[in-house]
Design a protein around this ligand. Structure first.
Ligand SMILES: N[C@@H](CCC(=O)N[C@@H](CS)C(=O)NCC(=O)O)C(=O)O
Length: 223
């Protein structure tokens, strides 16, 4: 049995969970798993991040099998469980889905993430230099997203793909972070985005993950 380890407020954890649920792959979850730089955690996830996937623990740590990096995990699931694919068959179309995911993660989410501490965790504000760099880099990422996104009705075209799993978890965070961090929702120029996210949110897998995220957020706020 696969075990997905992470927590329900993690957008990367939630992306993999949506893929597992959409594909109907049976899995267990450890949703109480926080990032760590401790040695035994690093043996499972070498950058100390979540999510990671456990593919069988083995009797000793060295015998265990783990995978880190959400997109690597998602692609593993595609290879290991080809039923209900979330990547097109055609090599070019598959690559276009990966291109979209890379733009959303490397050039948009990771850029906006530089402001998450300030915006979501009440940490010290970023420097003016960082804020300007974020604004400039986000503009390039969003320009690329606009060029690639199809909303037809899914972000990569007529089929639901891994790019939708990524868009659903990352883009709302980017909207919020940019609204509070640079004074403007950098995704507001994509008018198709809101109805598209709403449409995805009506699918059972997406809805379940979103409800669990909201419950985790509410529990955190009560603390
Ligand atoms: N590229 C990684 C990013 C994962 C990531 O950044 N996870 C966050 C939680 S949402 C984390 O573990 N942060 C702790 C850290 O960066 O040390 C992936 O796709 O899995």
């Amino acid at each position: 049995m696969l075990k997905l380890c992470g927590f329900h407020l993690s957008n990367y954890h939630n992306k993999v969970r949506i893929a597992l649920l959409e594909k109907g792959v049976p899995y267990e979850e450890d949703a109480g798993c926080s990032p760590s730089q401790k040695e035994d955690f690093l043996a499972r996830s070498p950058m100390g991040k979540v999510p990671f996937l456990e593919l069988g623990e083995g009797r000793r740590l060295a015998e265990g099998r783990w995978l880190a990096e959400s997109e690597v995990i998602a692609e593993y699931l595609e290879d290991a469980f080809p039923q209900k694919p979330l990547l097109p068959k055609d090599p070019f179309e598959r690559a276009k889905v990966r291109e979209l995911v890379t733009v959303m993660e490397l050039h948009i989410e990771l850029v906006a993430r530089r402001m998450y501490g300030e915006v979501f965790f009440k940490r010290a504000p970023v420097s003016d230099e960082t804020r300007q760099a974020v604004q400039r880099d986000l503009a390039k990422g969003v320009r690329a997203l606009k060029a690639l996104a199809k909303f037809d009705p899914y972000i990569a075209g007529p089929e639901l793909t891994l790019a939708d799993c990524a868009a659903f978890v990352h883009l709302p965070l980017v909207s919020l972070a940019s609204k509070h961090g640079v004074g403007r929702d950098v995704l507001e120029d994509l008018p198709e985005l809101k109805p598209y996210l709403k449409m995805l949110g009506e699918r059972p897998a997406f809805r379940k993950v979103n409800e669990d995220r909201k419950a985790a957020q509410a529990a955190l706020t009560r603390k």
